[in-house]
Design a protein around this ligand. Structure first.
Ligand SMILES: Cc1cc2nc3c(=O)[nH]c(=O)nc-3n(C[C@H](O)[C@H](O)[C@H](O)COP(=O)(O)OP(=O)(O)OC[C@H]3O[C@@H](n4cnc5c(N)ncnc54)[C@H](O)[C@@H]3O)c2cc1C
Length: 380
């Protein structure tokens, strides 16, 4: 038998996240969209409520929950605002390289102070000439005695302006391709590290995204993650969890858009009837509900594979592309159901649709995620 019921503990966690999201995030979501700013106070409160650093083990001052339980929280936070939730959740992506490739000493040194203080980090892989093709990155790391010197530029880095710690991927030898890529942890105060252009985006406006410049940044050997040349593997493993997480974000957003559309379809009357009774819209709502439920199932499935300690690269990739395509479709349909009003900033669905688009692009575009899933299928 497959049990779709949540345990009491899971329901309590879900309710905690829902209450927090509806009380602390939802009322200010449109304001943050209009005037993007660092949601520092909300992050502080999320930290105090135990809603940050979800999958980081307790011994490193995280919450120590599995991916399924994390998905319950992430869905609720993202139903309130994807961008603010993204700033609360960024550490799950940014700190994963340390959890995957770091030694126990490194995890204690970097994660405990960061997590205890409710500070945030960034994950720095992408470069101007190395987006989908991350293996061709050019940021150079050179070993000089007991330290490395890093030079290069990262772009599109979430939370770059506010991070206290950066997990950064550089190459020791560009001719070695992915085999030269190596991971490092770099504290913000490192001389030579600076923040460049901050992106002005279509959606997810409160999500800070900026360039990170590295100009002769000295990194001690003890900040190397894993061994030299293991960085690409660490980054890809990080993205497995990142993709399962984005799928949960997309479920939250899709659910919010669906609920808004359903409520509107019940209230809005044309031709003397609620518009939701017209078959064209009624079927649209049925398709939206089915899509959200399917996306959630794939998301929980990927999470449960991870929680069992099984390899879940394909499941995470398929949950990511499926759930984020659902988010794009459901938010677009939610605007359609709202008619002309849906295209105005008076209704949240306009924001939902803009926020959804990014989900098909980051953590690997959906084309790349289909390549990952398709490649795994062909390898059997
Ligand atoms: C708001 C935002 C936040 C981000 N946050 C982070 C972050 O925190 N850290 C980080 O490291 N990166 C981050 N990124 C970067 C993101 O992961 C990249 O934008 C993404 O991987 C795509 O790279 P690109 O933008 O260079 O597009 P490109 O790689 O240039 O792709 C352009 C188009 O070509 C397609 N394409 C490329 N190669 C193939 C192929 N082989 N087959 C089929 N189609 C292909 C793509 O799917 C896409 O449609 C962020 C990006 C954005 C926009």
């Amino acid at each position: 038998m497959i049990d779709f019921n949540l345990s009491e503990e899971q329901r309590a966690l879900q309710e905690l996240a829902r209450d927090f999201a509806q009380k602390e995030i939802a009322p200010v979501a449109l304001q943050y969209d209009k005037e993007p700013a660092f949601p520092g106070e909300i992050i502080k409160k999320a930290h105090a409520a135990g809603l940050m650093n979800l999958t980081c083990p307790k011994e490193y001052a995280g919450q120590g929950v599995g991916l399924v339980n994390a998905a319950l929280v992430v869905e609720e936070l993202n139903a309130a605002c994807v961008a603010v939730a993204g700033m609360i959740g960024i550490n799950s992506l940014a700190c994963s390289p340390i959890l995957i490739g770091g030694t126990d000493e490194q995890k204690r040194r970097f994660l405990i102070p960061l997590n205890q203080a409710g500070k945030t980090a960034s994950f720095c892989l992408t470069e101007r000439e190395a987006g989908s093709d991350a293996g061709s990155l050019k940021t150079l790391a050179k070993l000089e005695g007991d330290h490395y010197v890093l030079n290069g530029q990262k772009c599109f880095i979430t939370n770059a302006s506010y991070a206290d710690l950066y997990s950064i991927f550089a190459t020791l030898d560009p001719t070695k391709g992915t085999k030269g890529i190596t991971g490092f942890v770099i504290p913000r105060e490192s001389p030579g590290l600076s923040i460049g252009k901050v992106e002005d985006k279509m959606g997810q406006r409160a999500l800070n995204v900026a360039e990170v410049n590295l100009d002769n940044v000295v990194v001690p050997r003890e900040n190397l993650l894993g061994k030299e040349g293991e960085g690409f593997k660490i980054a890809m493993e990080t993205l497995d969890e990142g993709r399962a997480n984005i799928a949960a974000c997309a479920v939250g957003l899709s659910r919010a858009a669906f609920e808004a559309a359903l409520n509107y379809a019940k209230e809005r009357v044309q031709f003397g009837k609620p518009i939701g009774t017209f078959q064209a819209l009624n079927f649209m709502l049925a398709d939206m509900a089915a899509a959200v439920d399917s996306a959630r199932s794939l998301t929980w499935y990927a999470g449960s594979m991870a929680d069992q300690g099984r390899r879940y690269t394909r499941e995470a990739a398929q949950a990511k592309f499926f759930a984020t395509d659902v988010a794009m479709r459901v938010t677009t349909d939610a605007v359609q159901i709202h008619g002309g009003y849906g295209y105005t900033k008076d209704y949240a669905v306009e924001k939902y649709m803009r926020d959804a688009k990014l989900m098909q692009i980051y953590e690997g575009t959906n084309q790349v995620n289909r390549m990952v899933a398709g490649g795994a299928l062909m390898r059997g």
